[in-house]
Design a binder for this molecule. Structure first.
Ligand code: NAD
Ligand code: UD9
Length: 448
């Protein structure tokens, strides 16, 4: 077994051994982020075992298939890597850990029903890895974690479960700064790679690895906690700034002006980066990261909490605009039928976690509206809506349409084909309906 974490700074030798395939790698978690990550590791080292608890995922990858959709280049790369034996998959984390010297964890880190950070998947897989850990191995965590988790939770856990001395293995936090839909290019180096180890040796070893994977700078920080802070702070910055954009969008009615135009103009100078208003904040990153601070640290976080409240109120704001439009057209909500366009949290990504569409469907349904919903990537199961394929979505006598997610498939809708004008709420400023008779409300622009 290679002593990957050798107490030395012979980076060039270490990198050469890594690139030669002499350092077996295991990547735990083969989802939207994990499979692309395992593929990039495998195209560099040629010696990667991906691990997942989902047997169907493992089976498909072993067959050279790609369970992750809409990632340009990934299906071809996975097929090629499996074919040449550079990448395989397993559902046995401890066996994979026993064979590996570098272990990369990229399993989900979400929040529970009380918005408490849910580290169960990370704790579970790290416990499994510890059973197969050898002296000199390196454990890298890429899953987003509350600050302090790697050093204060995972390091002691691995030490206890493995029976090794804390300094006998390396552990580092190297966050995933990747967006679905562009995962391979992001992992290969769209942004600098942040690296923070529990010890200097861990930081150096992890930096050496990413020096072979990433075509961008490697930014080493003081320790793993600092690296966890970097990732979470990026998400906090985004949630707060989306909340600002959403609050500004609400001024459009009173000012009777186009807030989106003002945002775009304000952003023409470098000290302003106003974000884009929308129907709410979904996905399993941005809506959850604030709770990795709010419900983890004891220090008050009023701005983070207020921003969460503002963003969580946007689905209701959007639904209320549809109800307002129906009232203006003297259509009783109990007699109305509304179609929700888009259920995923953002266009082109098959992910409904924290999607704004949940709140939109719920508010309309609670008001008595008969809610239909269509999305090219997911069904309406779990939403307060009846699922309808896009090809049939306009066969019903609709009174209102609410666009939540601007999938490209919706570009084909012929808005001139309706017998009666509709109430249309455009949550994404994705529609061009100025030449129609529809009563249109656009978040950030108001009624048109
Ligand atoms: N999706 C993004 O845009 C994004 C961006 C940056 C960071 N991240 C972070 O990456 C991590 C993973 O996110 P994702 O989008 O890939 O999630 P995902 O839900 O797409 O995939 C997670 C995978 O992990 C597997 N898994 C769950 N528990 C496991 C275990 N104990 N052992 C092995 N496999 C297990 C699941 O079966 C699934 O295949 C999260 O911490 C997330 O915060 C995600
Ligand atoms: C590495 C990593 O962690 N990557 C994450 C990933 O995040 P993600 O896939 O979860 O997507 P986001 O783009 O953050 O959107 C979240 C929700 O916020 C809505 N939104 C967004 C912007 C805006 O101006 N107004 C909005 O309303 C949007 O519709 C959606 O519902 O990529 C982002 C870069 O794209 C990163 O920053 C983010 O860290």
């Amino acid at each position: 077994m290679s002593q990957f974490l050798e107490p030395n700074d012979r980076s060039a030798e270490r990198q050469a051994a890594f690139e030669s395939g002499d350092v077996p790698v295991a990547v735990y978690g083969l989802g939207k982020m994990g499979l692309p990550l395992a593929a990039v590791y495998a195209e560099v080292t040629g010696n990667v075992t991906g691990v997942d608890i989902d047997e169907s995922v493992v089976e498909r990858i072993r067959n050279g298939e790609c369970p992750v959709e809409r990632e340009p280049g990934l299906p071809e790369l996975v097929s090629e890597l499996v074919e040449e034996g550079a990448l395989t998959a397993s559902s046995d984390p401890t066996a994979a850990a026993a064979d590996a010297a570098v272990h990369v964890v990229i399993v989900p880190t979400l929040v529970d029903a009380d918005n408490q950070p849910d580290l169960s998947a990370v704790r579970s897989v790290v416990t499994d890895i510890a059973q197969g850990l050898d002296p000199g191995d390196l454990l890298i965590v890429e899953s987003t974690l509350p600050p302090g988790t790697t050093e204060n939770v995972l390091w002691p856990l691995v030490t206890e479960e493995s029976g090794l001395n804390p300094d006998a293995f390396g552990i580092a936090f190297c966050p995933e700064r990747t967006s679905s839909g562009r995962a391979l290019q992001d992992i290969r180096g769209t942004h600098p790679k942040i690296v923070g180890g529990a010890t200097r040796e861990s930081t150096q070893a992890a930096a050496d690895i990413y020096g072979t994977l990433v075509d961008n700078d490697i930014v080493t920080v003081a320790d793993a906690t600092t690296a966890e802070m970097v990732k979470v702070f990026e998400g906090l910055y985004r949630d707060v700034n989306i909340a600002l954009a959403n609050e500004l969008a609400r001024f459009a009615d009173e000012l009777d002006r186009d807030v989106r135009e003002a945002i775009a103009a304000a952003n023409t100078q470098p000290y302003c980066d106003l974000h884009i208003p929308g129907p709410g904040v979904g996905g399993h990153c941005i809506p959850y990261y604030p709770y990795f601070v709010i419900n983890w640290l004891t220090t008050d976080a009023p701005l983070l909490e207020t921003s969460r409240s503002i963003n969580d109120a946007m689905p209701g704001f959007v639904a209320d605009k549809a109800l307002e439009g129906l009232a203006a057209k003297e259509v009783d909500a109990d007699d109305a039928t509304a179609l929700v366009l888009g259920l995923t949290y953002r266009a082109g990504v098959r992910e409904t976690r924290a999607s704004p569409a949940y709140g939109v469907c719920e508010r309309l349904s609670d008001a008595g509206v008969d809610v239909l919903a269509t999305d090219p990537l997911v069904s309406a199961d779990g939403f307060d809506a009846t699922d309808v394929p896009l090809t049939e979505a306009f066969d019903s006598d609709l009174d209102a349409v609410v666009l939540v997610t601007a999938h490209e498939e919706f570009d084909a809708i012929d808005w001139d084909s309706f017998d009666e004008p509709l109430v249309v709420v455009d949550g994404r400023d994705a529609l061009e309906l100025s030449g129609t008779d529809h009563l249109v409300y656009t978040v950030g622009r108001g009624y048109e």
